[in-house]
Design a protein around this ligand. Structure first.
Ligand SMILES: [Zn+2]
Length: 227
């Protein structure tokens, strides 16, 4: 049983038999990070993959450990955070564009942070970034990200608790940029490595906290990032 993410039907699990056969059209399409046109036949319980045509592969992702780690994280997150049969074409397009940018050599840190924020928004758990999550007041000066509160908290509402950390105005501007910039404009975003690392940590922590799971590829990603 193989899990696919499709534009029309969202996540889809299907039986793929005959993969190992020489000349089978299915083999290439079952490579990780491969865009394919798939044909399914109705099976007794699950769909059965009957034919496949590879449209676009990303072999460069397999050749670079960092890109591979980020790509793995993106697809695992998509698989874990979505339900079978729930189509989300915008998420599909976002994932595809993200994989293309990764394969083209864009650093994955900003890309995955932006993807995490986009997914949080689609799932209705977007972090509150433009005002204080607690009092709805304006954020002036330092602010804190508070995971249980679900977003940024002002100086007056801030309490020293676990899962809370301080963010500079630069961090907040970068977060806003990641949230609002179209994915194909991400390569234009300039950020200092420490800001990128802080914002990436926040986006990943926010998702893990509000979705209630940690991805298997998270540990791999941390290793690659030298965390
Ligand atoms: Zn407040």
């Amino acid at each position: 049983v193989v899990t696919f993410y499709t534009r029309e039907f969202g996540k889809l699990e299907a039986v793929a038999s005959g993969i190992g056969k020489p000349g089978s059209s299915l083999t290439g399409a079952l490579e990780l990070f491969t865009l394919s046109k798939l044909f399914f036949a109705k099976g007794r319980e699950l769909e059965r993959l009957s034919q496949a045509q590879v449209i676009e592969g990303f072999p460069s992702l397999a050749g670079n450990l960092r890109s591979y780690a980020y790509a793995s994280w993106l697809v695992e997150l998509t698989a874990r955070a979505t339900e079978p049969g729930e189509a989300a074409p915008e998420l599909f397009d976002r994932l595809l564009t993200s994989l293309r940018l990764l394969a083209a050599g864009l650093d994955g840190a900003l890309l995955t942070a932006a993807f995490a924020l986009e997914l949080a928004e689609l799932l209705g758990v977007a972090p509150v970034l433009t005002e204080c999550t607690v009092c709805a007041g304006e954020l002036v000066g330092p602010a804190w990200y508070n995971a249980p509160a679900g977003g940024l908290v002002c100086a007056a509402c801030h309490r020293d608790e676990p899962e809370v950390w301080e963010l500079s105005a630069g961090h907040r501007a970068l977060l806003q940029g990641l949230r609002t910039l179209p994915v194909d404009r991400l390569p234009n975003l300039r950020a200092r490595p420490e800001e990128t690392a802080a914002v990436l940590g926040l986006a990943r922590r926010h998702l893990a906290y509000h979705l209630g799971f940690t991805l298997k590829s998270e540990a791999f990603l941390r290793q690659v990032e030298g965390d």
